[in-house]
Design a binder for this molecule. Structure first.
Ligand SMILES: Nc1ncnc2c1ncn2[C@@H]1O[C@H](COP(=O)(O)OP(=O)(O)OP(=O)(O)O)[C@@H](O)[C@H]1O
Length: 354
């Protein structure tokens, strides 16, 4: 890594606030673009470019943004499914010790995965159809050498019950289950090693609304029961409003805004957040919720060649000349919020007014 790229002052591991479970600092992930038969690198997709965020113990942090904004890549980097291009990931282990995941070898990281798990989008393709529930849910224990055969069987039966499936199903295969039930099998598997952190990537988007709602409720119950911390990735703003304590809004590999959920939905500070909200049809139970309609024009830009200045400026209805030349920093504003916009204070965005 060139020295200049590393010159930012990186907080030390011990500096992570007590209430934070996982902290991502100045994270970057550039995927090489290769061309020709020699697979020469001709450019980079800047999937994540300088993302910093803290997730506190026991909270649900929602990550929203259009497809391609980098949400899944953030989760994969947190669990070190990808190597980092730059940046740091700090994690508070079970004994309270802060571990710098960016420095760990694959072998060390494998041990850490006991505490960090992922639930995937598609309950149909993420479960091996040739494995029984015993094998699927018990596999993480087998891999990590936790428990005897009998203990694994008992634990799997217990986990099935925890997620609302009958323990008698232990020898069945995934095809015998509905999408919602398969999602629960995935949740049981994720819980097998008693993790403290779960990243749920579009976890319920493949399901019917009512089934999705049931599984969201289950996840909330499990959070309370086991003290879990969630990163919840979705492009469904209604879902994120329901489940999250805080929200981060991503655009083209950057965080544009972070805020406590109620504040974000009461009043977005970034024009991109406002546009995302405007694109969602809002239920109007009390007849007094209004939302300014600002359609999101154009397409998300190419992450290999992001626009100069503010990356959102070509689509921003409020853009000024400076937005095309200077990229705003993500800066702290009142209410524990952060925003990456030159004019956040001047703009009177409406969001929801009650
Ligand atoms: N393995 C990869 N190789 C090359 N480019 C990738 C890879 N994974 C992601 N990207 C690119 O990185 C950018 C961010 O992708 P990512 O999947 O993280 O976005 P996302 O917000 O999660 O989108 P979605 O909601 O569609 O999953 C996109 O431009 C994507 O094409």
């Amino acid at each position: 890594m060139p020295e200049a790229a590393m010159s930012h002052s990186t907080p030390q591991a011990g500096e992570m606030p007590e209430d934070v479970l996982i902290s991502v600092r100045r994270l970057k992930k550039y995927f090489p673009i290769q061309a020709g038969w020699m697979k020469k690198t001709v450019g980079h997709i800047k999937a994540i470019d300088d993302v910093s965020l803290d997730i506190r113990k026991g909270e649900t942090f929602g990550l929203v943004g259009e497809s391609g904004s980098g949400k899944s890549t953030v989760a994969r980097l947190m669990l070190r499914a990808y190597d980092l291009t730059d940046g740091q990931i700090l994690f508070r282990g079970g004994n309270g010790e802060v571990i710098d995941l960016s420095d760990l070898t694959d072998r060390q990281m494998r041990t850490m995965r006991r505490e960090m798990q992922m639930i995937f989008q598609d309950p149909y393709s993420s479960l091996n159809p040739r494995m029984t529930l015993l094998q699927l849910v018990g596999e993480p224990m087998l891999i990590h050498g936790v428990g005897s055969q009998g203990e694994i069987r008992d634990r799997v039966a217990e986990l099935l019950q925890v997620v609302g499936l009958r323990p008698e199903y232990i020898n069945r295969y995934p095809h015998a289950f509905s999408g919602g039930q398969r999602q629960r099998i995935g949740i049981a598997r994720a819980l097998a090693l008693n993790p403290s952190f779960i990243a749920a990537d579009e976890a319920v988007s493949a399901l019917d609304v009512s089934v999705a709602a049931q599984n969201i409720n289950l996840m909330q119950d499990l959070q309370e029961k086991f003290g879990l911390t969630y990163l919840f990735i979705t492009h469904d703003l209604g879902m994120v409003e329901h489940i999250s304590d805080r929200v981060g809004v991503m655009y083209l590999g950057r965080l544009m805004e972070t805020a406590p959920t109620d504040q974000l939905f009461a009043k977005p500070l970034h024009p991109y957040t406002e546009a995302l909200m405007a694109a969602v049809p809002q239920p109007d139970p009390r007849g007094n919720r209004t939302r300014k309609r600002v359609p999101l024009k154009g397409e998300i830009a190419n992450a290999a060649n992001p626009p100069k200045g503010c990356t959102f400026h070509p689509r921003c209805p409020y853009a000024q000349p400076v937005c095309g030349t200077d990229e705003p920093a993500l800066r702290a504003v009142a209410g524990g919020r952060q925003v990456r916009c030159h004019f956040a204070e001047e703009l009177t965005l409406t969001g929801v007014t009650t």
